[in-house]
Design a protein around this ligand. Structure first.
Ligand code: F6R
Length: 606
């Protein structure tokens, strides 16, 4: 996730900016840059890669100014490179800007600006903002920023400097956090509290559509009509580690709580009023010519792929094969030029998935990657890419990436279905409306956190747990089970509910825990019979189900309710209670949730 720092005061700005960026490193980034106001101009340096590269590049230059802005970039539009790094500058170098967020209408704005003669230096969505500000600048920076932002759709936290305002930073936010740190004779602005904790613990938290004009002695916060707003000071009492986690006890919990935002950000650029727009993907080719779809991935990403097997086959009537990447290449898969290969990988670097991608390409298949990391090996080698805009995932256990992977697969399925004529316009519009409700539904499920915490408290001392489900609920059971075992070290297995009686039921005894995602109305009664069989052997039943599932509700011992949704949306929301359950079990058992034993975040060896 990108990070922002700004400083204006009496000390040289560069060391403060570099220190602030260092404090933001934990968020993940692929390039970094600074802009310092000095001697009537703006000195800019930016470098791909680690902060150390930027530090080295600034060593040989004179940075004397006492006001400036800095940025760490997590690539979205455009690969990680020096050019795509922030700050971006106006054509004459008189204005510099850093930005977190996504400008959704950047293509339209870019076309407009190019018609006016502006020449773009980068592939980023951000660069439109700096040219728009330059376009509107008539001596008053606040007005120019306001006029430019009036035209921008999407999310932003921005900081802007202009060379004739040598000690001033103008900043603004919408749907992306920004805070102002209040010092003595100096002030700060940052996307996150850790960046400024070394200097001050007194902050203003900007709200959406607010702007601020910051100089060493003054901070003026303005509302969307440019009227001054009086803000309450927020005193930060977190230590530095807690501040990095936004006050959450662990990154995993923070990332679960970011799922609504990850879903919105993944949807926003793709979902317009009545349409799904997917960048650079040959949808007609898939809809009308793909013979089969292969989905290949590892771990959690594989479980996301399994959801698509069920939903794509039933809706699109295209055969879908799902493989573990580590198995795919050793089974001589019958894949060829009429097939679509979808590889899913949060990191974009998983060695097995990359090898599967290469094999698919060698066999002539079209390869589409679903990944979270722009510029990753998988994104570079695939024929086309659909990004999950989940932001960096730091906890080893994958959570928000899973939700956005399932969401991307649902977007693809709906768009291909529409292309194939599977849905009429009205049904299609209803499906799009359902997608739009997902962030709010995620927030509502998170309100049940207390209930799930209590359940975890009751069951965390068990040594085994069994997850059962049918159809997509089985795919979810696999993911719920993986989450539980990888962080709480409780042995757990996912079993298709119908297979229980073919063997695994022998494991059940008095007090065994069965966790039952049951979200498919057509299968409620069948799953309920499996639950009753298990209960008769002493099992305790914890169901994750909907209010309509009467047969399930009748036999479960504990119930966590989730809303009723279509099968392709259901797992995006219904997985949340299982993620929280795993999290609280691990916490109760006293384990290091974010760094479970024997596991790495990115598995780059086979
Ligand atoms: C589980 C988990 C792993 C990853 C797997 C693939 O919580 O994180 O199972 O899903 O290692 O990683 P990516 O998606 O980076 O290819």
């Amino acid at each position: 996730m990108c990070g922002i720092i700004g400083y204006t005061g009496t000390h040289p700005a560069l060391p403060v900016l570099l220190e602030g960026l260092k404090r933001l490193e934990y968020r993940g980034y692929d390039s970094a840059g600074v802009a310092v106001l000095q001697e009537g101009t703006i000195a800019v340096e930016k470098k791909k890669g680690r902060l150390e590269n930027l530090r080295q590049a600034t060593k040989d230059r004179r940075f004397t100014g006492c006001a400036g802005i800095g940025h760490t970039r997590w690539a979205t539009h455009g690969e990680p490179s020096d050019r795509n790094s922030h700050p971006h500058t106006s054509a004459d170098g008189s204005i510099a800007l850093v930005h977190n967020g996504i400008i959704e209408n950047h293509a339209r704005l870019r076309a407009f600006l190019e018609r006016q003669g502006y020449v773009f230096q980068s592939q980023t969505d951000t660069e439109v903002l700096v040219h728009l500000i330059a376009h509107h600048f008539k001596g008053d920076l606040v007005s120019a920023v306001r006029d430019a932002l009036y035209l921008a759709e999407g999310s932003y936290a921005i900081c802007v400097v202009e060379q004739s305002h040598p000690d001033t930073i103008v900043c603004a936010r919408k749907d992306s956090p920004l805070i102002i740190g209040l010092g003595e004779g100096e002030n700060f602005v940052a996307s996150d509290i850790p960046a400024i904790l070394k200097y001050t613990r007194r902050c203003y938290l900007l709200d959406d559509y607010e702007m601020a004009l910051i100089s060493p002695q003054h901070v003026t916060v303005l509302d969307r009509n440019a009227k001054p707003v009086s803000k309450a000071v927020f005193d930060v009492n977190w230590d530095e580690n807690a501040a990095e986690r936004g006050g959450y006890a662990h990154f995993m919990l923070k990332e679960i709580h970011e799922e609504d935002k990850a879903i919105s950000e993944t949807l926003a650029p793709r979902l317009k009023e009545h349409e799904i727009t997917l960048e650079n993907i040959d949808l007609a080719g898939v809809a009308h010519h793909a013979r089969r779809v292969f989905i290949v991935a590892c771990g959690t990403a594989y479980h996301a792929g399994m959801i698509a097997k069920y939903t794509w086959e039933s809706v699109l009537k295209i055969p879908v094969e799902v493989d573990y990447a580590s198995e795919f290449r050793y089974r001589s898969p019958l894949i060829g030029s009429d097939d679509l290969l979808i590889v899913i990988s949060q990191s974009g670097e998983t060695a097995d998935t990359l090898a599967a991608l290469r094999l698919g390409k060698k066999c002539g298949a079209q390869v589409l990657a679903i990944t979270n990391v722009v510029g990753s090996s998988i994104s570079r080698e695939a024929d086309s890419v659909l990004y999950t805009w989940a932001g960096p995932e730091i906890a080893v256990a994958s959570t928000k990436a899973y939700c956005t992977q399932v969401l991307c697969l649902a977007l693809l399925m709906l768009r291909i279905g529409y292309e194939k004529g599977v849905f009429d316009a009205t049904t299609y519009a209803q499906h799009l409306d359902e997608l739009k409700r997902l962030p709010q539904l995620a927030r509502e499920i998170l309100k049940n956190e207390g209930q799930i915490k209590d359940l975890a408290h009751r069951y965390c001392s068990l040594s085994d747990a069994y997850f059962i489900g049918r159809n997509i609920d089985y795919a979810m059971a696999l993911e719920g089970s993986l989450k539980l075992k990888e962080i709480s070290y409780i042995h757990s297995e996912a079993i298709t509910a119908g297979e229980l009686k073919h063997g695994p039921i022998a494991l059940l005894e008095q007090g065994s825990l069965l966790i039952v995602p049951a979200t498919q109305p057509a299968l409620f009664d069948k799953v309920a019979s499996n639950m009753i069989e298990s209960k008769a052997r002493g099992a305790h039943l914890l169901a994750i189900t909907t209010a309509e599932a009467h047969s399930i509700l009748d036999c479960a011992n504990d119930v966590v309710l989730v809303p009723s949704l279509s099968p392709w949306c259901m797992p995006i929301i219904a997985i949340i209670p299982m993620q929280l359950f795993a999290y609280y079990c691990a916490v109760e058992r006293g384990y290091d949730v974010d760094k479970p034993r024997n596991l790495a975040k990115s598995v780059t060896v086979e």
